[in-house]
Ligand binder design. Structure first.
Ligand code: IPE
Ligand code: IPE
Ligand code: MG
Length: 243
């Protein structure tokens, strides 16, 4: 009997489409972001229930500062509200929170909120939730390189890897983007070198358990070769040999 296909250990998601979700309902864009928080809560629970160990989501990019001021301030306010409301639930669900991104550009209130949320969930181990906030893949790589230079360390792949913002988790296995666009938008450029990509037309507020299951099923049917040939990969997997 062949083993059940493995669930991705680490899923990364570009949660895109909140604005369009709201606009289609004649609501302000921030209403879409609020609904996006609901969708994230559902997704976190679903990932934990399916045995996913790490979920990394893109909540605010380095480039999102270029949006209209009222949307940016709406997103910042939503972060404060969401922290207050969601952290107790995350603790109940055994979720450990990490915030990834440049903190110096954030208000003191938000920076303090992020630190408190990380401290309050630090003992949880069911699922690691990395929320990328004021994050950009290029920022991450440049910052890691600058750190190595400042310490006089050699610029090797291994040293850079250790200096990157997601060094506490393995690389993502499955990279999902909702909202119909097929681009990376500066998310996890270094870490996604071998992630399987899955693009969903669903807007993020509508990305439900069934959509997650579809993404996982597609992932399970991919052959990850990491540069090898298909024959090599199959030879290394005893459960696949008889197939
Ligand atoms: C993603 O949804 C959330 C953030 C960028 C904060 P968008 O706000 O980009 O939604 P669309 O792409 O405009 O629909
Ligand atoms: C990427 O979505 C950022 C987040 C989901 C937080 P965007 O909507 O900002 O990406 P672009 O601008 O369409 O590439
Ligand atoms: Mg968008």
């Amino acid at each position: 009997m062949s083993a059940a296909p493995a669930v991705p250990h680490h899923i990364a998601i570009v949660m895109d489409g909140n604005g369009r979700w709201a606009t289609r309902r004649f609501l302000p864009r921030v209403a879409g972001h609020k609904q996006g928080v609901e969708s994230l809560r559902r997704c976190v629970k679903a990932c934990a229930a399916r045995g996913v160990s790490v979920l990394t989501v893109f909540a605010f990019s380095s480039e999102n500062w270029n949006r209209p001021v009222e949307e940016v301030s709406g997103l910042m306010d939503l972060m404060v509200v969401a922290l207050g409301r969601e952290v107790p639930k995350l603790i109940q669900d055994g979720v450990r929170l990490h915030f990834v991104g440049e903190r110096s550009g954030l208000s003191e209130k938000i920076a303090a909120g992020l630190m408190q949320a990380e401290a309050a969930t630090a003992h949880n181990s069911r699922l690691v939730l990395n929320v990328c906030f004021n994050y950009g893949g290029r920022w991450d790589i440049a910052r890691a390189a600058a750190q190595l230079a400042a310490r006089g360390e050699e610029l090797t792949e291994a040293n850079l890897d250790r200096a990157m913002a997601l060094s506490h988790v393995p690389d993502p296995d499955l990279f999902i983007r909702t909202g119909g666009e097929q681009r990376l938008s500066n998310f996890l450029l270094w870490q996604s070198a071998y992630a399987e990509l899955f693009f969903s037309d669903r807007l993020w507020p509508e990305f439900d358990e069934a959509a997650l299951d579809e993404a996982i099923a597609v992932f399970q049917n991919r052959e990850r070769r990491f540069g090898q040939t298909s024959a090599q990969v199959r030879a290394a997997r005893p459960d696949q040999q008889a197939a």
